[in-house]
Design a protein. Structure first.
Length: 302
């Protein structure tokens, strides 16, 4: 049987209109019995301090929807004991302008910070899993993504403003991948103002809609290791010239469709590129490609 905990935390702060109260947090025992999980928050304070422990057990997880749509929240202190932030835990906290992820965090759930006001983000070395939409529609401006962070494949990425990890971040202008990874998830940066992207080494697949709607993205340098460009992955971007990578083997429906693309440069070693998609869904639909580029694409089967 689940054991419920009511945490007695009293904090008086001049910046809080409502002081944090004992009954603001409700907690359950974790499945292994070694920690507790925050399952409910009913406070109205602007500054929230999450307790480190309850009845001698560490707080290890912030559960699903706990702080969702808490409009009063401006800041939150998360203790280093927390290892998991659950699905939609802070979703819709529009006035939450900053967040410091704890040093022992390992997993961030789907839509965990979606629609918050956070502007900066640092991924701790402990972090392993970041799920779909975790930081979508936030105010993040730049992001550096280390190779210790794993994103799930989101190859179909149908609901791009929700599914992409950073989708809809209108203030996002720069993303830098450090280290090595083989794919960029579908919809990851869709509908952002990204203008600069540094790709990871070893990249092989860019999934569907990854950079869709990035109108300020005018130039990219794809690593030669890229083999597959997914459906609509750079559609409606600002790219005018693309140098296809040496190892390219497949370009899918609408990859550069409705973009500003005029020039496609294909390495001499590339003699065949497969098109995977449906009729009228050419990778270059509604672009103004030069005659030379169209001729070269026909040479390789596109």
């Amino acid at each position: 049987m689940k054991k419920n905990f009511i945490v007695g935390v009293f904090i008086l702060c001049a910046c809080n209109l409502f002081a944090q109260r004992a009954s603001d947090f409700r907690m359950d025992l974790s499945s292994d019995g070694r920690g507790v999980i925050i399952t409910r928050y009913s406070g109205r304070g602007t500054h929230v301090v999450i307790p480190r422990e309850s009845e001698g057990l560490p707080v290890v997880e912030i559960g699903r929807n706990v702080f969702k749509n808490t409009k009063a929240m401006v800041s939150v202190d998360i203790p280093e004991t927390v290892r998991v932030i659950g699905e939609s835990a802070f979703e819709g906290c529009q006035n939450l302008a900053s967040i410091v992820l704890p040093e022992n965090i390992i997993s961030i759930g789907k839509d965990a910070f979606r629609g918050t006001g956070i502007q900066e983000l640092v991924f701790p070395a402990s972090l392993r899993n970041v799920n779909e939409g975790a930081f979508s529609q936030t105010q993040i401006r730049t992001v550096t993504i280390p190779d210790n962070v794993i994103f799930p494949s989101n190859a179909r990425a149908m609901n791009i403003d929700n599914g992409g990890v950073f989708a809809g971040c209108r203030q996002l202008t720069e993303a830098v991948f450090t280290g090595t990874r083989t794919f960029i998830p579908g919809g990851m940066f869709a509908n952002t103002n990204l203008s600069n992207i540094i790709f990871p080494t070893g990249l092989e697949i860019i999934e569907s809609n990854a950079f869709l709607g990035c109108g300020n993205l005018r130039e990219i340098n794809l690593p030669d290791t890229v083999k597959i460009l997914g459906d609509w992955s750079f559609s409606r971007s600002g790219i005018t010239t693309i140098n296809l990578p040496r190892d390219i083997v497949e370009i899918r429906t609408g990859c550069f469709g409705y973009s500003n693309l005029t020039t496609v440069n294909i390495p001499e070693n590339v003699t065949r590129i497969n098109f995977v998609g449906y009729n009228l869904g050419s990778p270059f639909v509604s672009t103004n490609l030069s005659r030379i580029s169209r001729s070269r694409l026909e040479d390789v089967g596109l």
